[in-house]
Design a protein around this ligand. Structure first.
Ligand code: NAP
Length: 300
């Protein structure tokens, strides 16, 4: 019997673990892939209070080590289901919890082009920090208009010979600071009001076809395509214990509570106004403290 089972070892889940361990609670953290979550994709975090600049990898690793040092255990098993009686069923075993914190974040959104997945690892990537090095002195494209796409374009412009930044509108959603920096880079070419229609190549990516709002087509020869069009939650498997909004985020109107007592949602996984590192760690701490306060007491 665990006091708290935390699903997801991103910033929200690991912060929950940190607070629960410091309160002497028996916990387990499950992670399907690698610890860190989406922040691993950020080459540099420059908006976390009191830390001027830190790589996403270092941030995640520091937090992971902090949890390990307190005796926290991260189990790399995929969670398949939460039952109404607080069992967490993974690909390997069943675990019983008193309380559960869902902190599974969100996945990279796909363009859903016909052969997109076939080209992953053959030119198409969702992580510039992870794969950017493969494209030194080559031509790449970044798709998206948020902070991730802008940061990716800037990062890749220092590696690749040329970067096309393709966005479906004129205005960027990302911060003005990054938009200004992008406009200063001579090897970044903006392709605005445009959508990618096809991904082409034989054994590896060779070109993409882009269409603008007037229907004009343009073929861009590229070696790499970095898709940075946001994230989507994957919460269908928790539907028996939480309500989801129309986009698939967990509804937790009053903060971290879900519709089921003792099951909480923290971080990008839940419906909220701002998905940032700061709000993820805030959720993580609130979820842990709330779970500790509300958890069923041991029978005497
Ligand atoms: P985002 O802010 O949701 O932006 C996604 C972008 O992709 C939008 O410009 C959107 O276009 C576009 N898009 C969505 N679906 C598309 C589709 N099917 N085809 C083409 N374009 C599509 O995502 P993000 O940039 O990954 O950022 C996620 C969150 O993390 C944000 O809150 C962001 O501020 C934060 N973040 C912060 C930092 C930082 O502070 N250093 C770094 C990275 C991310 P529209 O604009 O037309 O909707």
């Amino acid at each position: 019997m665990y006091d708290i089972i935390i699903i997801g070892a991103g910033p929200a889940g690991l912060t929950s673990a940190l607070y629960a361990l410091r309160a002497n609670k028996k916990i387990l953290v499950f992670e399907a892939k690698s610890y860190g979550g989406q922040i691993l994709n950020a080459h540099m975090v420059e908006n976390y209070p009191a830390i001027e600049a830190i790589s996403g990898y270092d941030f995640a690793t520091n937090l992971y080590n902090q949890v390990k040092k307190l005796g926290g255990e991260v189990v790399f098993e995929t969670v398949l289901k939460i039952t109404e009686d607080y069992k967490v069923i993974t690909s390997k075993k069943e675990y019983q919890a008193k309380t559960i914190i869902i902190a599974t974040g969100a996945e990279n959104r796909k363009l859903n082009l016909e052969n997109e997945q076939e080209f992953v690892g053959k030119g198409v990537s969702y992580c510039a920090t992870c794969d950017g090095n493969l494209f030194k002195d080559k031509v790449v494209a970044v798709n998206g208009g948020g902070n991730t796409a802008l940061e990716d374009a800037l990062y890749l412009a220092n590696l690749a010979s040329k970067v096309y930044l393709i966005h479906r509108r004129q205005e960027f959603r990302g911060e003005a600071k990054y938009v200004k920096e992008v406009s200063k880079m001579a090897n970044i070419e903006l392709v605005l009001d445009s959508q990618i229609k096809t991904i082409n190549g034989k054994d590896k990516l060779e070109s993409i076809k882009v269409t603008n709002k007037d229907g004009q087509e343009n073929t861009l020869k590229v070696d790499g395509l970095f898709i940075a069009i946001g994230q989507e939650p994957k919460n269908e498997l928790f539907k028996n214990v939480v309500d989801l909004d129309e986009k698939g985020y967990i509804i937790s109107n009053d903060g971290v509570h879900t519709k089921t007592p003792y099951i909480y949602a923290a971080g990008d996984v839940r419906q909220k106004q701002l998905r940032q590192l700061t709000t993820a760690v805030s959720d993580g701490s609130i979820a842990a403290v709330t779970a500790i306060k509300e958890m069923p007491k041991e029978e005497a």
